[in-house]
Ligand binder design. Structure first.
Ligand code: AP5
Length: 223
């Protein structure tokens, strides 16, 4: 349990395991998990005007425009639960988003305390995303080989049928990686300059990576 707000940004390429680790970290530290990817998929599933606009960008592996993402982020950040601090998963992805996050946190008397970079090579990204299965009902994430559900194709949590994410096709994965390199990777230098960047080896079991992640966060907060 944290006694003051703690804000953690998780950075890394698509498929690095940000979502898998962010959920665990948020639950262990009683923080709010904010995944802009999950929020966007909810909007798409509900077929809201925002979801309709976002869908075509997501299918192509492009970034959704900053102003659309900002609206969702604001709504989520200001929930009661968000006041204790957040794990930001998939946000920020551009310099403009990093600036907005700083501004929103500053308004709450907070800042990015630690930015963790989950380092995973491209070939592992392709293997992870190629085998990912996702529950469109509750958002649970599986992998056919490394984290299979108890019953093939069925969500352990809610019993719904698992699907392949539309943007997990090979050509879209390549595009998402390219967008990551050009727009998001430069943020590593930004957080390194501020002295809040922690690099964590993203290879190994989910448990081993989580242990490294917790150490990295604990180490930064203690400083
Ligand atoms: P988003 O959903 O955020 O996609 P992403 O960043 O590409 O990340 P992923 O969700 O693909 O992967 P992950 O790192 O969370 O890995 P996961 O834990 O699932 O965004 C999707 C789209 O929405 C974007 O392309 C963009 O269009 C839009 N969008 C979102 N945010 C935006 C923003 N801020 N601005 C603009 N547009 C935005 O793991 C992957 C797989 O690997 C799973 O199958 C998992 O089971 C498996 N796995 C995890 N850990 C391990 C391990 N240690 N060993 C083996 N397998 C593992």
């Amino acid at each position: 349990m944290v006694t003051r707000a703690l804000d953690v940004v998780l950075l890394g390429p698509p498929g690095a395991g940000k979502g898998t680790q962010a959920k665990r970290l948020a639950s262990t530290l009683s923080l709010l998990h904010i995944s802009t990817g999950d929020l966007l998929r909810e909007e798409v599933a509900k077929n809201t005007p925002l979801g309709q606009e976002a869908a075509s960008y997501m299918q192509r592996g492009e970034l959704v425009p900053d102003d659309l993402v900002a609206k969702m982020l604001l709504a989520r950040l200001h929930t009661q639960q968000g006041l204790g601090g957040c794990v930001f998963d998939g946000y920020p992805r551009t310099q403009a988003q990093a600036d907005l996050l700083d501004q929103l946190l500053a308004e709450l008397g907070r800042r990015v305390d630690v930015a963790v970079y989950l380092e995973v090579p491209d070939e592992e990204v392709v293997a992870r995303l190629g085998g990912r299965r996702w529950c469109p009902q509750c958002g649970a994430v599986y992998h056919v080989r490394t984290q299979p559900p108890a019953r093939e194709g069925v969500c352990d949590v809610c019993g719904s049928e698992l699907v392949v994410r539309e943007d997990d096709r090979e050509e879209v994965i390549r595009q998402r990686l390219a967008v990551y390199r050009s727009h998001t990777e430069p943020l590593l230098a930004l957080y390194a300059q501020r002295g809040v960047l922690q690099r964590v080896d993203g290879l190994g079991t989910v448990e081993a990576i989580f242990a490294r992640l917790k150490e990295a966060v604990k180490g930064s907060v203690a400083r």
